[in-house]
Design a protein around this ligand. Structure first.
Ligand code: PGA
Length: 252
């Protein structure tokens, strides 16, 4: 099965105009393997400032979050229409920090995925278990419970337009990456879970790994059969390191 590889940069609440400028200048000579897309998700405030002109056409912009509502009295929120106006083609949805700090539920993530798809924005749906959940052997139950509401709301067919990022919470920003074998086993579980609803669609969904991915460990992770790229936090703030990660990705 041919799947595109994706490397997405999640800057979180880091980086200002200086990083926007150094990163966009630095990416101008980025060479990518065929079948690879790179998505830069700066703070929404900088989406308009990030200059994607004269870059590889496979470099795109993404938001770190999006509202499930179309418009209205939702102070501080950003709608899909606003993202469309800035030609933002992707949106991270349900990141573990949104779930834990801002109490976003899987049901809300499902509505956000639906809203993004309706606007032609590709959702990067994040799922992942905590350290305690893994220790208690709850990983598969947690991932299933995070995925099922999305299947229920959008239907499995629509997953052909969804990217899923598996990010074990204990690996995010901690330097503790899942081993390639553990990440692969979990990705395989996710694909098989989706395959129970539709195996053709499951085979097409790009599954990204996230959690302390860096230039030193990305090659082994990306070499796994069910790992189709990465969602990169800390290492995406360093131009040279991020470029190494992007160049390591290969579509299958
Ligand atoms: P990290 O973050 O690479 O800094 O661990 C990944 C993420 O939260 O998306």
């Amino acid at each position: 099965m041919k799947r595109r590889a994706i490397v997405a940069a999640n800057w979180k609440m880091n980086g200002g105009l200086e990083l926007v400028n150094t990163m966009s200048a630095g990416l101008k000579d980025l060479e990518l393997a065929e079948n690879v897309d790179v998505i830069i998700c700066p703070s929404a405030l900088y989406l308009a400032a990030f200059d994607c002109n004269n870059m590889n056409a496979h470099i795109h912009l993404g938001a770190q979050n999006v509202s499930e509502h179309d418009s209205g009295a939702f102070t501080g929120e950003i709608s899909t229409t606003m993202l469309q106006e800035l030609s933002v083609g992707f949106a991270i949805i349900g990141h573990s920090e949104r779930r834990s700090i801002y109490k976003e539920s899987s049901e809300q993530a499902a509505l956000k995925v639906k809203a993004a798809l309706a606007a032609g924005i590709t959702p990067i749906l994040c799922i992942g278990e905590s350290e305690t959940e893994r220790a208690e052997d709850q990983t598969e139950a947690v991932l299933s419970a995070q995925l099922q509401p999305v299947i229920d709301v959008i239907g499995i067919e629509k997953f052909s337009e969804v990217v899923v990022a598996y990010e074990p919470v204990w690996a995010i920003g901690t330097g503790k990456t899942a081993s390639p074998e553990m990440a692969q086993a979990t990705h395989l579980f996710i694909r098989q879970f989706l395959a129970k609803a539709n195996s053709d669609i499951a085979n097409k969904v790009p599954l990204l790994y996230g959690g302390s991915v860096n230039a030193a460990n990305c090659e082994e992770l990306f070499a796994q059969a069910d790992i189709d790229g990465g969602l990169i936090g800390g290492a995406s703030l360093k131009v040279d390191e991020f470029k190494v990660i992007c160049s390591t990705a290969k579509g299958s």
